[in-house]
Write a protein that binds this ligand. Structure first.
Ligand code: UD1
Ligand code: UDP
Length: 386
């Protein structure tokens, strides 16, 4: 079997977390020459992940500017990645998910007639407005992909209905590989777990923890005002403490910081690195988020998740009853959090550990598929039982 050269490209925090274990798997395989390019769409939040997983980028496009526009960002990425693709001349370009980095780099590779592999292919809401612009990005990438690495049967099914030309492979989501690696690190290295714990001396053992994240464009403005108001209402509960690592986007911080910054029950902190965030998820009683990745991680950890969106491209855990959609709506958020805190039977249903998104072996499957090796695709226990 001949060696292949793989150029892996990513630029934001979630892409880096989900590509990190894949880069490790590519680097470990003697049949692969692995080259890594970061777009730098995120700067600080990307660098946190690079350090944690000891990743080194061969190329860094350094595209981020403060408060960047979608068109400006897209233009910088597609312009700067072209020279890297021309220089590296890979057999495959791998991109991830639904960001501007992913769609710009997939198109750049397509224009240079380089084969594209899309990691986390086939997620759909069917609504181009939600999430915006991600639903468009992931469709564009799938159109030009030779390999579509679908995490689940649902995503495979979505792709089948679109009559696309690439090959579909069901792999599980690589986020479960990253999460399993990280929980194992915390479990097997108690000194490391103690170091993380020591960074949060202000967490009150007597009060429940609500962990919050939010960044979606469709919630900018009124949505983040509603979310902040709901959190301010909840902060009045003496049995609760709110921990909120606030995304670095000025559109988010400009609303959240002035509204919640002075409330004693609300800990607004900067984005934390993945090790700390996994520790915080394990420590939390309840998670309130609009993040895609957190929707996939929390069910694996057995943590209830309320999602501040009206639709999701990750329906599997909603169907299983461990994730619920509450929109960016002040009253719905407040009621749903209160119910989970006050009604133990309602919380118990959400706390089941389920694994609809992966088994921790997605990256091995992707490498095997690229090399033409045989392997078994991902399936859930329920799917195998049928
Ligand atoms: C991006 C992705 C979104 C993904 C999200 C994960 C697109 C269009 N959006 O949205 O799909 O879910 O990342 O977080 O690709 N900033 C910093 N430092 C950082 C990161 C961001 O200062 O490390 C600030 C900058 O001012 C930047 C702004 O945040 O201009 C927006 O970043 P951008 O990547 O355009 O949008 P996100 O909302 O992060
Ligand atoms: N995360 C992190 N630090 C934080 C908040 C989140 O490492 O302070 C991780 C989280 O575990 C998940 C990912 O970042 O894996 C989600 O990123 P984000 O919400 O920005 O993007 P999305 O998942 O919506 O694309």
């Amino acid at each position: 079997m001949s060696r292949i050269k793989v150029l892996t490209i990513f630029g934001t925090r979630p892409e880096a977390i989900k590509m990190a274990p894949l880069v490790c798997a590519l680097q470990a395989d003697p049949q692969v020459e692995s080259v890594v390019c970061v777009t730098g769409q995120h700067r600080e939040m990307l660098d946190q992940v690079m350090q944690l997983f000891a990743l080194r980028a061969d190329f860094d496009l350094e595209v981020m500017v403060p408060d960047q526009t979608l068109n400006g960002l897209f233009a910088r990425v597609i312009d700067r990645i072209d020279g890297v693709i021309a220089q590296v001349r890979p057999d495959f370009v791998l991109v991830h998910g639904d960001t501007s980095s992913a769609s710009a780099c997939a198109l750049a590779a397509f224009h240079r007639r380089i084969r594209v592999g899309h990691v986390e292919a086939g997620l759909r809401t069917g609504d181009l407005e939600r999430p915006f612009p991600e639903e468009m990005n992931r469709r564009v990438v799938d159109v030009v992909s030779d390999f579509m690495f679908a995490p689940t049967q649902t995503s495979r099914h979505n792709l089948l209905t679109e009559n696309l030309s690439g090959k579909i492979v069901v792999t599980g989501n690589t986020v479960i590989d990253a999460l399993a690696m990280t929980t194992e690190r915390l479990k097997t290295d108690p000194a490391l777990a103690d170091q993380v714990k020591a960074r949060y001396p202000w967490i009150d053992a007597q009060r429940k923890v609500l962990l919050v994240t939010g960044h979606r464009r469709e919630s900018f403005g009124e949505g983040f005002v509603n979310i902040s108001d709901a959190l301010a209402d909840l902060a009045e509960r003496p049995d609760l403490q709110i921990i909120y690592p606030v995304h670095l986007n000025p559109q988010v911080r400009g609303i959240v910081m002035p509204r919640l910054g002075d409330l004693p029950n609300v800990h607004l902190i900067d984005p934390v690195d993945y090790l700390d965030f996994v520790w915080l998820m394990q420590r939390a009683d309840l998670i309130l988020t609009d993040s895609g990745g957190v929707q996939e991680e929390a069910p694996y950890l057995g943590k209830p998740v309320l999602v501040m969106r009206d639709v999701t491209e990750r329906p599997e855990a909603v169907q299983a009853g461990t994730v619920a959609l509450v929109g960016a709506d002040r009253r719905r958020i407040h009621q749903a959090v209160a119910r989970l805190l006050d009604d133990e039977s309602s919380a118990a249903g959400f706390q089941r550990r389920i694994n609809p998104y992966g088994d921790g072996r997605a990256c091995g499957r992707i490498v095997s598929a690229l090399l033409g090796r045989t392997f078994e695709e991902f399936s859930t226990a329920a799917e195998r039982a049928v």
